[in-house]
Design a protein around this ligand. Structure first.
Ligand SMILES: Nc1ncnc2c1ncn2[C@@H]1O[C@H](COP(=O)(O)OP(=O)(O)OP(=O)(O)O)[C@@H](O)[C@H]1O
Ligand SMILES: [Mg+2]
Length: 282
């Protein structure tokens, strides 16, 4: 059995599989990140699956400061996989479960921050990214509505209306522009300049922040894919565990005629990619 651990800024994800090509993920776990990456953190991650190092032939690691780890733990080899490769290969592998013919894509890691990777011909390259990501959503929601709980923020946003804080195209220009409908926004938080925080519902604030973060990610991804001449955009990372974020991304995609692939288990893509990348370094 193989295992891979992705040490993210927010979450540590662990995936164990019988082999890296298996369609079935045997076991997965997410732990909140302690940012420090050492042998104790590896053991903590394996313990989340009820296992220890000796249960595995090899331990693939990626993300964060995984390069600080030793090359073996309890005699089990530790295989270090670059995060760019792990994101690219993992995103493509998950997308292939839905589209088996998929050979190349722009893989967007919507994590604490956002990274965009071109994967083609078995190699992965960083294209662009944004410091606007899931961490921005959580951080701004903590300041604005007093919660950093992703599930609570998602539920609030689903019940909210971002146009209570945004200025819409109909207000800004009187109607639609190009492919953008009249109720699309023209200015994120543009209405807020004339509002007091206490006047705005928490739901609407959560929706407003999520729309801003999702739009930044979607628009950069669409333009990056066009620049790279990649037809297929795959979005992974725990940010897209949030139903409201998936809705925002699909809405923006719809404006531009782009159909984003958001695979099942998107938060585990980078760990799965570490298994795929680790299998190449036999
Ligand atoms: N249950 C959850 N716990 C924590 N974050 C969640 C949860 N559900 C969704 N999220 C969102 O996922 C984001 C983190 O995503 P992810 O775990 O993919 O990133 P990471 O690997 O920790 O970070 P990075 O790849 O940027 O180093 C959070 O910022 C938050 O917006
Ligand atoms: Mg991660």
């Amino acid at each position: 059995m193989q295992v891979a651990i992705d040490f993210g800024l927010t979450n540590v994800d662990v995936v164990a599989m019988r082999d890296a090509d298996a369609r079935h993920i045997a076991q997965v776990a997410t732990l909140s990140s302690q940012r420090k990456v050492d042998v104790a953190q590896v053991q903590r991650a394996l313990a989340a699956l009820g296992r220890d190092a000796a249960d595995f032939e090899r331990i693939c690691v990626t993300g964060g400061q995984h390069r600080r780890l030793p090359n073996a733990i309890d005699g089990v080899p530790v295989i270090k996989v670059g995060e760019i490769e792990a994101i690219g290969f993992g995103g493509l592998r998950l997308a292939q479960r839905q589209q088996p013919d998929s050979r190349e894509a722009l893989v967007v890691s919507a994590g604490s921050g956002t990274a965009m990777i071109a994967v083609r011909d078995g190699s992965a390259q960083h294209v662009t990214g944004s410091a606007v990501g899931g961490g921005t959503l959580i951080g701004l929601c903590k300041l604005l509505i007093g919660t950093a709980d992703a599930q609570e923020i998602d539920a609030l946003a689903l019940a909210g209306d971002s146009n209570k804080v945004d200025i819409t195209l109909i207000e800004a220009t009187g109607g639609a522009i190009g492919r953008l409908p009249a109720d699309a926004n023209a200015v994120n938080f543009g209405r807020a300049a004339a509002l007091e925080l206490a006047e705005v519902a928490r739901e609407d604030l959560a929706a407003g922040v999520a729309v801003m973060v999702g739009q930044v990610i979607a628009v950069i991804a669409i333009n990056a894919a066009r620049a790279e001449r990649l037809d297929h955009i795959v979005i992974v990372g725990h940010l897209v565990d949030m139903a409201y974020m998936r809705r925002v991304l699909h809405t923006v995609g719809g404006y531009y005629g782009v159909d984003f692939t958001i695979p099942e288990l998107p938060g585990y893509a980078t760990a799965i990619g570490a298994l795929v990348g680790g299998a190449r370094t036999k």
